[in-house]
Design a binder for this molecule. Sequence first.
Ligand SMILES: [Zn+2]
Length: 238
Amino acid sequence: MLFQDPEFQKLLLLHSRDRRYQKLIEELEELPKDLARMDKKIEIERESVELAMAEWKDLETLNNTLEKEILSHNDSINRQRNKQLEVKKNEEYQALENEIANLQSKIDGLENQQIEVLLKIDGARETAELAQGKITERVEEMQAQRDKRASLGEERKTEVEELKSEIEETRKEIEPIFMSTYDRVSKIVSRPPYMAPIMDQKCSGCHLRVSNDVVSSVLVEKKITQCDQCGRIVYVER
Ligand SMILES: [Zn+2]
């Protein structure tokens, strides 16, 4: 049987190595994209922490500004009160009194604003601290995954190199007639598998029925044979 022919077995071995090689190459092509995608995710997580921290800081700044304004209005009120002690005329006293009332109502407004800001600060601080804790943990996890992916990529590169020389060695050991058919098929099919077993008279590469001639060529003539539908090398596993 062709399938049991040691030369044909070598061809099958070459085929499985070629398939593995192709798969590794595709995987390695994905690697930089995968790493970039992971870096982007990490970046977004880090930014969200920075954003939460900035929000909190902005509210603290706003609170400080309000605080200063309130203090400065209070100073003004004190100054007006001192002036009131010095003025003689009733209408001058009243004018200062009006200014004081005006300043006091401004202070009341600012204090209400400040209460709101202080409440927001509590929320923002909680959010920022939570984000920092949780996200830092998540970022570390993601970074570890990324590093793992990168080192796996390095391992794959080594494997590809080893496989490449194994493939070269195997090719040298195979009969030229097998080799030339195999190479021709790999050009026609362009993507592995280049070899497919026949099952229920169907080529398992393209899943179409092969002709009786194909079956007879494989089983009776025991020749290297191609599927008459897709061109793959077909064989029967026995
Ligand atoms: Zn086929």
